[in-house]
Design a protein around this ligand. Structure first.
Ligand SMILES: Nc1ccn([C@@H]2O[C@H](COP(=O)(O)O)[C@@H](O)[C@H]2O)c(=O)n1
Ligand SMILES: C[C@@]1(CO)OP(=O)(O)OP(=O)(O)OC[C@H]1O
Length: 157
């Protein structure tokens, strides 16, 4: 078994939606990023890369490379899933916490779980997506951005 954790933050900017766990969530801001800024998927990728001791997302998809500009982050998760399988592992479970005052994540959590489970090739019951505010404290509390943290357990396939 291997365990990994990941963390990601993106800043709010102009826009009318954010991408979270591969799902388009309507919001009065977008997220500033090289890719689509999907903090849920970025944190999950880093958790998988961490569990496999394969560096971090920036090593696999350098922000200096134009090809990842506005990329759909699902391709990053597909890559992480492929490496996981190549190393002989399957997803035991993943647990993600999204940290922001808004948008509300709860109404979209099921769709996010379905998307992540599909990309990781596992049952939806292995994927947990939760959310919390920080009670108006800190950068997330001021509504400056969204953070996500993820833990994964990989089991031998
Ligand atoms: N962006 C968010 C934040 C929170 N939730 C849900 O609300 C519950 C209460 O949040 P507190 O920070 O006040 O504890 C939380 O447990 C989530 O169910 C959400 O959906 N989206
Ligand atoms: C995903 C990548 C892709 O270039 O860029 P960003 O979308 O800015 O996201 P970040 O979480 O900073 O991770 C680094 C990069 O790998």
């Amino acid at each position: 078994m291997r365990i990994g954790q990941g963390f990601d933050v993106h800043t709010f900017g102009e826009g009318d939606h954010v991408m979270l766990g591969g799902v388009r969530v309507p919001h009065d801001h977008g997220l500033i990023a090289h890719s689509d800024g999907d903090v849920v998927i970025h944190a999950l990728c880093d958790a998988i890369f961490g569990a496999l001791a394969l560096g971090d997302i920036g090593r696999h998809f350098p922000p200096t490379q134009a090809q990842w500009r506005n990329a759909n982050s699902r391709i990053f998760l597909q890559h992480a899933a492929r490496l996981m399988r190549e190393q002989g592992y399957a997803l035991g479970n993943a647990d993600v916490t999204v940290i922001c005052e808004a948008p509300k994540v709860g109404p979209h959590a099921q769709a996010m779980r379905e998307c992540v489970a599909a990309e990781l090739g596992c049952e939806i019951g292995r994927i947990s997506i939760k959310a919390t505010t920080t009670e108006k404290l800190g950068f997330t509390g001021r509504g400056e951005g969204i953070a996500a943290q993820a833990c994964v357990l990989l089991t031998l396939a």
